[in-house]
Design a protein around this ligand. Sequence first.
Ligand SMILES: Cc1ncc(COP(=O)(O)O)c(C=O)c1O
Length: 420
Amino acid sequence: MVNLMNNAITENVPSAWYSTLENFIVKGKNAEIWDSDGNRFLDFVGGYAVLNTGHLHPVIIEKVKNQLEDFSHSCFAFAPHENAVKVCQELNLRYPISQETRSFLVNSGAEAVENAVKIARYYTGRQEIISFKGGFHGRTYLAMGLTGKDKPYKEGFGPFPSFIHHTEYPYEYRNISDNVAIEQLNKLLSKNLNPQDVAAVVIEIQLGEGGYIPASPNFIQYLREICDKHGILLIFDEVQTGFGRTGKMFGAEHVDVEPDMVTLAKGIGGGFPLAAVVGQKAIMDSIHDAGIGSTFGASPVSCAAALGVFEAFDNENILSNTLMQEKVMKSNLNIAMEKHNFIGDVRGYGPMIGVEIVENKKSKNPDKLKTNDIINKCKDNGLLLVSCGKEGNVIRFMGPLTTPLNHVEEAMEIFNKSLN
Ligand SMILES: Cc1ncc(COP(=O)(O)O)c(C=O)c1O
């Protein structure tokens, strides 16, 4: 074995692909990880909101091991395997679209988003797509184009597809009310675009990278009406909000609106790469044979893991645990907001909570430096967190939904101590 030195990272990978932790991670267990120096951290980054069921969930690991006894890969388009169909069946049963649905499995969130847009354009025969300022949909070209946050995702990588149009996402704290966002959308549809040319509107129920900003049920219901009026497909990007992250199995349940299609990834595979597009049967079945596909999509190992994820949600009260987590975190964070002039806002559906850091409550000027200071202090004290938001001034909590309450309380203690 080569003994990797700390500078092995900078000597072997591009500098843009930097890591936050100085040491290699060597072990993980539910919400805890340990590094090569034996430091223990509470992991509230969770592999970027992937580890909803924690590190090495025993049910998931058992399913993966069993799968590896049989075979590790088969391209579904050539040799189908049962687990992939079971995952699709579970998604069709569980995702809140009342019409009959079909599900299609791929590898990553960006790939799911690309496919959803591809299917929407084919089905509608239209070209234009609407997405939102602050939205994040991935790093491939179309997904980057849909993304409404330039730095660091798009800067210098253009041009992007010209058929994408960004409109305001409601952001109460910054005075973008639902009405303002609705006005902007209506303006876009009446002045810049013919609604009959629009294939789809793509939206996150709560912005992830864009700052953990939840959209209200009213706003999403308005989108549904506009889409219905003009024959536009409504696509929810639930890559980050899916699989319990918002305290309900899917973000759509908070807004009581059914999309025509949804993209899922992150938590679906319990730490193994898997993503999905779920959509109404008529839409999904409209594509010609072999018009969609993927070599590695529906990996048997990832599908086995996903079945373990469903089983864990069914048997372990994970969603009720998220309610307790939300209660502990929001009460602590709201008290911290009262105490500290630099905490401007605490918000989010369920335990998907963002804390907006500002210079002071009056000016509301985003304070990225202080945000990074707090995150670094937390890391020194054993709690891992990352920022988000257009200005990089929102601290987000995305630990495992299986985190035991004593670890949530410990995380809050560390956070409070680091604020002081
Ligand atoms: C809402 C949303 N969509 C899409 C993506 C892209 O997913 P991936 O990194 O798996 O391609 C992300 C990733 O953070 C996301 O949060």
